[in-house]
Design a protein around this ligand. Structure first.
Ligand SMILES: Cc1cc2nc3c(=O)[nH]c(=O)nc-3n(C[C@H](O)[C@H](O)[C@H](O)COP(=O)(O)O)c2cc1C
Length: 177
C-alpha cells in the first residue's frame, strides 16, 4: 500500500515541505490547484513576485485581507481536475498553509469532492506564528479517520533547510507508527 501527500501552497513553502516528505518515503503527490479568479491572483502573485512588489499600489496587507476574506466566506474555489482514489493509500499526509487561523479554502472544495474514511492521516501546516484552529478544523473535516500525527512549521521561509530535514525524518517515522 502506498502513501500520498496532498497539499495546497500559495507562496511555495508548503510545497517544498510536501515534496520533501514525498521524496523521503516514495509517496505520491497531489497539489490542489485553484482555477478561476482565485487562481489568477494566485499565479500572478507566485510567478512575478518582484514585479508585483515594485508595482505602484502594491499592498501586502491587502493581499492578506483578500485571502482572509476568501476563508471567512467559506469559499470553495474551483480546482483543476484531479484523480484521487483514497482506497489506493494506506497513509495520507495533508498539508496546508494557515490562512486566517484555519486551513486554506481549496481544502473546502477537496473535502466536498472526496470521501475519505477509515484512513490513517497525518497533518502538517505552515504559518507565521498564529496557527489558530487550522489543525483542529482539519481534524473535524476528517472525522471518521485516525489522525496519527501532526506537526506545524513556523516561519518556514527563514528556516527552510532545517524544516526540509525535519519533514523528511517526520515522514519516515510515520511509516513506523
Ligand atoms: C491569505 C493569508 C492568510 C494568512 N493567515 C495567517 C494566519 O492566520 N496565521 C499565520 O500564522 N500565518 C498566516 N499567513 C501566513 C502563511 O500561513 C504562511 O506564510 C505560510 O507558510 C504560507 O505557506 P505557502 O508558502 O505554502 O503558501 C497567511 C497568509 C496568507 C496569504
Amino acid at each position: 500500500m502506498k502513501s500520498i501527500v496532498i497539499y495546497f501552497s500559495f507562496d511555495e513553502s508548503t510545497r517544498t515541505l510536501a515534496e520533501a516528505m514525498a521524496s523521503s518515503i516514495g509517496a505520491d503527490l497531489l497539489r490542489l490547484v485553484p482555477t478561476g479568479e482565485f487562481a489568477r491572483t494566485y499565479y500572478h502573485h507566485a510567478e512575478n513576485p518582484e514585479q508585483i512588489e515594485s508595482a505602484p499600489g502594491y499592498n501586502p496587507e491587502r493581499e492578506h485581507v483578500w485571502g482572509s476574506e476568501s476563508v471567512a466566506m467559506n469559499n470553495k474555489p474551483e480546482l483543476e481536475p484531479f484523480n484521487f482514489d483514497p482506497d489506493l493509500y494506506e497513509m495520507i499526509i495533508i498539508g496546508t498553509p494557515v490562512w486566517a487561523l484555519t486551513y486554506a479554502p481549496p481544502f473546502n472544495t477537496f473535502f466536498e469532492k472526496t470521501n475519505i474514511k477509515g484512513k490513517r492521516i497525518a497533518l502538517f501546516c505552515t504559518h507565521q506564528g498564529i496557527i489558530g484552529a487550522a489543525l483542529e478544523n482539519l481534524k473535524k473535516a476528517l472525522k471518521g479517520n485516525e489522525i496519527v500525527q501532526e506537526i506545524d512549521f513556523e516561519s518556514p521561509a527563514s528556516r527552510m533547510d532545517e524544516y526540509v530535514e525535519t519533514s523528511r525524518e517526520w515522514a519516515r517515522e510515520l511509516l513506523d507508527l
